[in-house]
Each structure stands twice: as C-alpha cells, then as structure tokens.
Ligand binder design. Sequence first.
Ligand SMILES: [Zn+2]
Length: 107
Amino acid sequence: MKKLRCEKMIYKDWSSYRCPKAGKYKEGNAYWCGIHLPSRVEAKRKARHDKWTEQWDSESEVHRKREGWIDIGPELLKSLKEIMKNYVMANREEQVQQLIRRAEKFL
Ligand SMILES: [Zn+2]
C-alpha cells in the first residue's frame, strides 16, 4: 500500500520540495499533515487576520478620538472660559480653572 504523504509543496531558497510529513488527514482529494491541513491553515490565517483587524480598529478609534479632541478642544476651552467669565460657579470655580489649565497643556 502506498504510504500517504502530505501534499503541500514548500518553496524555499529558489527551490521547492514536498512536505516530508505523513498525510494523516484527508481533505478535498488529498492528504495533509497536521500543519498543512487546509482547513487548519485557513483557521489560523483567519484568527490572525481577525486579531489584526481588531487591533487596527481599536487603534484607529483611539486616533479618531484624539483627532476629534484636537479639533474641538480649543473651541471648547474658549467657550468654557467665556462661561467662567460670566458665571461664578460656587465652590467649583477653582476646580474648573484647574481643569482648564490641565487641558491647555495639551493644546
Ligand atoms: Zn505537510
């Protein structure tokens, strides 16, 4: 009986060879080792892709928020100062001014 061998061709250093491992799993019309089993390769690729996409989304969300604050920050501070001029916020004035000073450092 013919010994089953993994179907995967491996390309390395300008040449190629067939995976030397035993074809333990059948998928499609071919046999594959545990590493090259197409469904497993695809699942790994997908997991990697999903993780990357998730990371990308969360980073661009952070970036988007930061950009938004850079856009809106100066105007917001200006408005806040106007309000401060017109109203004395009982007991909170110093607290609000501190907040403005803190925010100004970042704009
Ligand atoms: Zn293989």
